[in-house]
Design a protein around this ligand. Structure first.
Ligand code: NAD
Length: 266
């Protein structure tokens, strides 16, 4: 059954592959015998015993992205799939209406930081990899990491949600531009998940302020807010990523797949 996806020897780049969802995707693809490249700003260069290639890469810098793609091709000879997973968030309000903590009011620095990684990074990585797909002449697949907040907005996460809606838009436009070259572009939009390193203590404090509550009260009653009554598991996201990366999803392109346990309000 493991072989149903036929990912053996597919070369797959996962950005932000060192922790969280990205790391779960790296492990899943590796377990399915793909050749995996983890491209992460916090990676230590080299191939580990399990044959995963780790490449330090800042997705927001063109030279860094181009060098990462060259390293992947030099090592494995080709690229079949890019998973644009690297992303960042900073809970901040547009305006600190209560006036109690201006440090949680959105700044130009935060705007640039989040857009540079979540939007420019997706653009740079996809452009570099699609050029390689075209040189190979055999199509390819791009899987973008969006978020449920992209569709519904999210209080205290307006910049982040806007970046993820930009990712949805890229997904639709690039699918139209590249379909004739057998290149698919899809996105997945997770809702609330088991916690990753994104939920640092500082993040939770900021989120609590932006939601006018305390850190202890941040976790809502999921039985009320999520039809399936629980957060998603990282493995559920990596299962979807593996399916979308595989030729089993060969007629899916230009769409954002919601993976939220039925939750639809950010
Ligand atoms: N965690 C969630 O609940 C959730 C929900 C919906 C969508 N997402 C999205 O999933 C993706 C992964 O989130 P996560 O929760 O695993 O986050 P995480 O913080 O645990 O992991 C993010 C990874 O990206 C890397 N990274 C950060 N900046 C980078 C850069 N400039 N270049 C290359 N790598 C960089 C980090 O080093 C880290 O390994 C993000 O795009 C996020 O927006 C997360």
């Amino acid at each position: 059954m493991q072989d149903w996806l036929h990912l053996k020897n597919k070369v797959i780049i996962v950005t932000g592959g060192e922790t969280g969802i990205g790391n779960s995707i790296v492990k899943k693809l590796h377990s399915l015998s793909a050749k995996v490249v983890s491209a992460d700003v916090n990676a230590t260069a080299g191939i580990t015993d399990d044959q995963i290639l780790h490449v330090p890469c800042d997705v927001s810098k063109k030279e860094s992205v181009d060098a990462m793609v060259r390293t992947a091709v030099d090592t494995f000879g080709k690229i079949d799939v890019l998973i644009n997973n690297a992303g960042v968030a900073r809970p901040e309000l547009l305006v600190d209406v209560r006036g109690e903590n201006p440090k949680y009011e959105a700044s130009v620095d935060s705007f640039d930081f989040i857009f540079n990684i979540n939007v420019k990074g997706v653009f740079l990585c996809t452009q570099a990899v699609v050029k390689q797909f075209l040189a190979q002449g055999n199509g390819g697949t791009i899987v973008n990491m969006s978020s449920e907040s992209s569709m519904e907005g999210s209080a205290g996460q307006s910049i982040y949600a806007a970046t993820k809606n930009a990712v949805n838009s890229f997904t639709r436009s690039w699918a139209k531009e590249l379909g004739s070259q057998s290149i698919r572009v899809v996105a997945m939009a997770p809702g609330i998940l088991e916690e990753t390193s994104m939920r640092s203590p500082a993040y939770n404090e900021a989120l609590a302020y932006t939601r006018n509550t305390s850190v202890d009260n941040l976790t809502p009653d999921y039985s009320k807010s999520i039809p399936l009554g629980r957060p998603g598991y990282l493995e559920e996201i990596s299962d979807l990523a593996a399916y979308l990366a595989s030729d089993r999803s060969s007629y899916i392109t230009g769409t954002v797949v919601n993976i939220t346990g039925g939750k639809s309000r950010g």
